[in-house]
Design a protein around this ligand. Sequence first.
Ligand SMILES: [Zn+2]
Ligand SMILES: [Zn+2]
Length: 156
Amino acid sequence: MIMQDKAQAHEKFKKFLKQGKHRITPERFEVLDFAIEYKGHFAADELFIKMKTNDSNVSRATVYNTLELLAQCDLLAKRHFGDNKTHYESSFNRKNHGHLICTKCGKIQEFSSGKLNQIVDEISNQFSFESSGFSFNIFGVCEQENCQDENSKERK
Ligand SMILES: [Zn+2]
Ligand SMILES: [Zn+2]
């Protein structure tokens, strides 16, 4: 990540913490750095483990509550992929996108679509609703042979 972007994200988070009268601690910014540099989607525990293996001393509780704050501040997007777990991903300087979720192997493929954005705008306008984002999940099976073929295991 470009240093300038990182500084921008820090600035945004600092402002948010100040406005909400949350404490500004170096640990919270450590969580921010790991979270926005994480490639793809992650659960809170996955980030916690990643930080641990990188010699961070930030506690699990701090990771959990900082992720919540980052989501409120729009630096992270919260995602639900049908497994009752909350996933996060960086939404900082990223376009909103949809997800294709394979219910067999769990693979998550991202896509973006101008048409989808248009529909979201149209519906929002219709209800005089000011949208700040959307979540669009398509569930099914991915292109992998093992996922497509119901009987692949039996035939081997
Ligand atoms: Zn699959
Ligand atoms: Zn995504």
